[in-house]
Design a protein around this ligand. Structure first.
Ligand SMILES: C[S@@+](CC[C@H](N)C(=O)[O-])C[C@H]1O[C@@H](n2cnc3c(N)ncnc32)[C@H](O)[C@@H]1O
Length: 268
């Protein structure tokens, strides 16, 4: 199999910061450079960092179809990977753009492109192809998907925002459209990662994670490589209400979410 990363496994003992366990307990969020934890719903930079170091090489192209505040593209710049990010909301894309431009280049020239667009739409896929063509590329080597966890955080009032899907079924349908839209841009043997958590609705656990996993597997063409479970640290607002949440959990027979998933697939 061709190499899909820049790790020199003759020196494998040197890479003890690369996670190989399925349980990811990550302490502090990386807040260095232009990484900030202030976009409600962003993921910690260690997630794209770990994925890119294991599953891409310098000069590869990473596609993030729910870019948010640009965490993935900042990591791309640091690690010498090219990045394309798609974000629906112009005001959020502008924040991402600002942060990415503030991040100084490492030792490798890369491109980082942001599209303000709806990832469910065919024309967005065409725009990605055009970017690739203009860079002399045909495919991407890693796709990262960090969708809204349905309506847990409402990112906007727009009907094309996945966090406004009227039901879980509609959310899954839209998510499936995004997967179908970009899957064949992924090079064979390369990886797709979905970062997502579950939710409660009407006192019932809704396994969004496993259902989105199934949406992907139903499409065929990919194998499931890993289900990673990552610790989730509460935001400040929730931390201040820790006792209240614990009380509610005890009364209602709930468990407080402390984990989210990273589903990892490889294209056949
Ligand atoms: C969970 S956040 C991603 C956060 C990102 N990983 C970060 O670190 O900032 C999901 C993002 O998807 C965007 N989004 C929702 N529906 C979308 C759509 N149809 N197309 C593209 N982006 C969408 C939201 O505006 C939101 O910024």
């Amino acid at each position: 199999m061709g190499k899909i990363n820049d790790l020199n496994l003759k020196n494998w003992r040197e890479y003890n910061d690369i996670i190989t366990d399925s349980l990811w307990i990550i302490g502090e969020r990386d807040k260095s450079g232009s990484h900030k934890g202030d976009y409600h719903g962003n993921f910690i930079p260690q997630i794209p960092n770990q994925l890119m170091r294991r599953f891409t090489k310098k000069g590869d192209v990473v596609l993030d179809v729910f870019l948010g505040s640009g965490t993935t593209l900042i990591e791309c710049k640091r690690l010498g990977r090219n990045g394309i990010g798609i974000e629906l909301l112009p005001e959020v894309a502008r924040i991402a753009e600002q942060r990415i431009s503030q991040e100084s280049l490492f030792d490798f020239e890369v491109f980082t492109e942001i599209l303000i667009a709806d990832s469910t739409k065919k024309e967005t896929r065409r725009s990605v192809e055009q970017i690739l063509e203009s860079k002399g590329k045909k495919s991407v080597q890693l796709i990262i998907m960090h969708p809204p966890y349905h309506d847990i955080i409402k990112f906007s009032n727009r009907p094309d925002d996945l966090s406004n899907a009227k039901s879980v079924d509609e959310f899954l349908k839209l998510f499936g459209n995004v997967v179908s839209n970009f899957l064949d841009l992924l090079e064979r043997k390369r990886y797709l990662a979905v970062v997502i958590g579950d939710k409660y609705a009407n006192s019932e656990w809704v396994p969004l994670g496993f259902w989105t996993m199934q949406e992907i597997l139903n499409r065929g063409g990919l194998i499931l490589k890993s289900i990673l479970v990552k610790n989730m640290v509460n935001n400040r607002a929730k931390r201040n209400q820790e006792h209240l949440w614990r009380y509610r959990a005890l009364v209602g027979g709930f468990y407080i979410f402390r984990h989210e998933y990273i589903f990892l697939f490889q294209k056949k």
